[in-house]
Structures are given as structure tokens and as C-alpha cells.
Design a protein around this ligand. Structure first.
Ligand code: CAA
Length: 257
């Protein structure tokens, strides 16, 4: 594993996955997400694990999908690579997953945290879907999960402007379970994990499946439409300009083409 670190026994029955691309603020390239998927599949089969925590570092949970890896792709490249199909396998994990978030959880990083079952946030956490600023839209569930989590009006505001939500606001809107001082976010996630790990793993798994069913009944259709539209933005000059401008550290000049 190059981009993640897995500790099977962080506490009895609690495993920890740490995203480990610190120089790139844990930007989620394809390999990193494949490593997460493989680790989750292993942990899901491991009887010594009942709850899984996913975390980044103090500065960033993850600053999004890897823009440099995507910038030059065509819509057809994106469609054929279909990188977000990995995420479908992640969300099929049967054991509960807690995201312990400090710093940036943006774009794919916010979507990744929302793909988990619960979120514990440091007071420094910043959530957002800033894809619109680089000429594209969320493609890994943001338009669906954020809307369900915080309501249509606020989701519209965040996704259409790219504004960030502070940890306090994220708590107010019900996106996160709890906000704690920055030294405490992993500790707090571990406390929650330990409490769940003491309970019947069978009942916990069935409860998770049941809650997700209520949440996801129409999710598949929404995710499919969102993903196609995300890939479709790669047919626009604005996506090329937006991502190029990010890489070149300048403001984009969008032409509506
Ligand atoms: N992809 C690739 N590299 C990224 C990245 C990303 N999403 N986010 C940050 N990085 C890299 C930067 O390019 C930089 O690398 P270099 O030192 O080699 O230039 C390094 O991480 C540190 O970043 P900054 O210098 O920009 O740090 P900052 O503190 O000034 O700003 C930030 C932090 C506001 C998070 C800024 O990095 C940023 O805006 N990142 C992009 C956020 C974003 O647009 N995310 C959405 C991506 S698209 C997506 O996720 C699609 C989807 O739905 C799945």
C-alpha cells in the first residue's frame, strides 16, 4: 500500500485507515481509492474487525479527486476509466465506517466522508464541493448525498458557489455527528467506534444495511446521472481551462463553451 496506512487493531475490534499523500493534501488519485477499496474488502472479511475509521491528517482529510490526474482527460476517457465505480464497492462495505475529519474535506474528499456512515469533525474541518470553480461538478455523489444530508437550499448554495462549510455549520446542518477540538477528533472517533464494537456485529451490520436502504432507495439513479454529467463536463473547454488554471495557479477564464 503506497498511499494508505492500515492498522488492523488500533483498539480491540477497531481498524484504522489513514490516507497518506500529505504533500498533495491527500488528493484522491485512482490508486489511492483502489487501495482503500482493497483494504475495506479485507477488513470486511476479518472477524477481528467490527468498526473501521478512515482519517487523513490534521491539515486535510482529502482535498478532492486528483485534479492533475484528470485535467487533460476527454469525456470519453472519463467514461471509459469510470474511476468512481471503485466508490460503489466502497459503499458496499458491511461494517460501519467512521470518517475522522480534520482540515479540508473538499470535492471528492467531502464525498468520500459522506460515503462513510458517520463523521466526527475537528473544529478546523472545512467541507465543500468546489468543483464548479474548476469548470466541473461533483461526480462521486456530492449532488446526491450533500442534498440529502443538509437540504436542497444549502446544497445548491455550496455546490453552485463552491463555498466551504465550517465544522460548526456542518454540525448545524446535520452533516457531521460531532465537532471536537482539533487534538480530539481521532480520540472521539475511537470512542464512538469502541462503543459500537462492543455490540452485536450481526445486529450492527443489519442496522447499517437497513438505514442505508432508507437513504439510498433512489440513490442509484441519482448517482448514475451525476456521474455521466460529471464526465460530460470533460467535453467542455471550461473544464480544461478550470483545471489548467488550478495546476498553473491562476484564475480561470470561463467562456461557456
Ligand atoms: N488534486 C491535485 N492536487 C491537489 C489537489 C487536488 N484536488 N488539492 C491540492 N493539491 C495539491 C496542490 O496542487 C499543491 O501541490 P504543489 O505543491 O505541487 O503545487 C498541494 O496539494 C498543496 O495545495 P495548495 O498549495 O493549493 O494548498 P493551499 O493551502 O494553498 O490550498 C486548498 C488548499 C484550498 C485545498 C487548495 O489546494 C484547493 O483548492 N484544492 C483543490 C480543491 C478542489 O477543487 N477539489 C475538487 C477536486 S475535483 C473532484 O473532487 C471531483 C469529484 O467530484 C470527485
Amino acid at each position: 500500500m503506497e498511499f494508505i496506512k492500515v492498522t488492523e487493531n488500533k483498539e480491540p475490534y477497531v481498524a484504522l485507515i489513514e490516507l497518506n499523500r500529505p504533500k498533495e493534501l491527500n488528493a484522491l488519485n485512482r490508486q489511492l481509492m483502489e487501495e482503500v477499496r482493497d483494504a475495506l474488502q479485507q477488513l470486511d472479511k476479518n472477524d477481528a474487525v467490527r468498526v473501521i475509521i478512515i482519517t487523513g491528517n490534521e491539515q486535510a482529510f482529502a482535498a478532492g479527486a486528483d485534479i492533475k490526474q484528470m485535467a487533460d482527460k476527454t469525456a470519453i476517457d472519463m467514461l471509459m476509466i469510470d474511476q468512481f465505480s471503485t466508490w460503489d464497492q466502497i459503499r458496499k462495505t458491511k461494517k460501519p465506517i467512521i470518517a475522522a475529519v480534520s482540515g479540508f474535506a473538499l470535492g471528492g474528499g467531502c464525498e468520500f466522508a459522506m460515503t462513510c456512515d458517520m463523521i466526527i469533525a475537528s473544529e478546523t474541518a472545512k467541507f465543500g464541493q468546489p468543483e464548479i470553480k474548476i469548470g466541473t461538478i461533483p461526480g462521486a455523489g456530492g449532488t446526491q448525498r450533500l442534498t440529502k444530508a443538509i437540504g436542497k437550499a444549502k446544497a445548491m448554495e455550496l455546490i453552485l458557489t463552491g463555498r466551504f462549510l465550517s465544522a460548526e455549520e456542518a454540525h448545524f446542518y446535520g452533516l457531521v455527528n460531532k465537532v471536537v477540538p482539533k487534538e480530539m477528533y481521532l480520540y472521539e472517533a475511537l470512542q464512538l467506534a469502541k462503543e459500537i464494537a462492543q455490540l452485536s456485529p450481526v445486529a450492527v451490520q443489519l442496522a447499517k444495511e437497513s438505514i442505508n436502504r432508507s437513504f439510498e432507495t433512489h440513490l442509484d439513479e441519482g448517482l448514475t446521472l451525476e456521474r455521466k454529467n460529471f464526465y460530460l463536463t470533460f467535453a467542455s473547454e471550461d473544464q480544461k481551462e478550470g483545471m489548467k488554471a488550478f495546476v498553473e495557479k491562476r484564475n480561470p477564464d470561463f467562456k461557456g463553451k
